[in-house]
Design a protein around this ligand. Structure first.
Ligand code: ADP
Ligand code: MG
Ligand code: MG
Length: 192
């Protein structure tokens, strides 16, 4: 992958996060602390500024800078988790988007210790990785992530702040799964 296409992906993700900021915040106000939209919007704005200030020479450096910026600028669960996703993608990006995303997903699992069905971003990211590993297109992976997001609605949260609500967390989509579906939608719109 070249830095130009990854930059296009990240720009589109930042744009979608900004457009959906209020929706992400509303979801997080239903089952969390109402900051997911603001967290990611602030983080991705900082990422674009960092990339613009000193454009990284290659794909791995670009993903590393993205991950490190998110870790440093975003408090809460999503900063370290999205940060880890991009940092771990950096180590596998030579193989292309599919292995990179899988490596990032493994990092998210290792860091957050969530399992599928715990009502987290894992429920959108996992199905997308499975589609890509099976040879599916990025558009198909984005659809799998959106389906995974929708499937979080009836679930009871078992990780993160939403888990404090117990049964009352059911009936709303998970904010992190919703932003992850946007990440994959941005990929479908910018990557082949
Ligand atoms: P915080 O909950 O600290 O305010 P955010 O609101 O930015 O952070 O992010 C919340 C999202 O983070 C959740 O919707 C969920 O998808 C994700 N999340 C929380 N804990 C975990 C975890 N242990 N593993 C994976 N994802 C998690
Ligand atoms: Mg929150
Ligand atoms: Mg918070």
């Amino acid at each position: 992958m070249n830095p130009e296409e990854l930059t296009a992906w990240l720009r589109r993700f930042a744009e979608l996060v900004h457009e959906h900021r209020d929706e992400l915040t509303a979801l997080d106000s239903a089952i969390g602390d109402a900051d997911h939209g603001a967290n990611l919007d602030r983080g991705m704005t900082a990422v674009l500024a960092a990339l613009q200030e000193a454009p990284p020479a290659d794909a791995a450096a670009l993903l590393k800078k993205t991950g490190a910026t998110l870790v440093s600028k975003v408090g809460g669960a999503s900063g370290p988790l999205y940060g880890t996703l991009f940092l771990r993608m950096a180590g596998a990006v030579d193989g292309g988007f599919a292995p990179a995303l899988r490596a990032g997903f493994d990092g998210v699992l290792a860091r957050g210790k969530a399992e599928p069905g715990d009502k987290t971003m894992v429920d959108a990211l996992g199905p997308a990785c499975d589609v890509l590993d099976a040879g599916g297109s990025v558009a198909e992976a984005a659809q799998a992530a959106a389906d995974g997001r929708d499937a979080t609605v009836p679930l009871v949260a078992r990780k993160g702040r939403a888990s404090y609500l117990g049964e009352r967390s059911a009936g709303h989509a998970d904010p992190g799964a919703t932003s992850t579906a946007l990440l994959l939608r941005a990929a479908a719109e910018t990557l082949r």
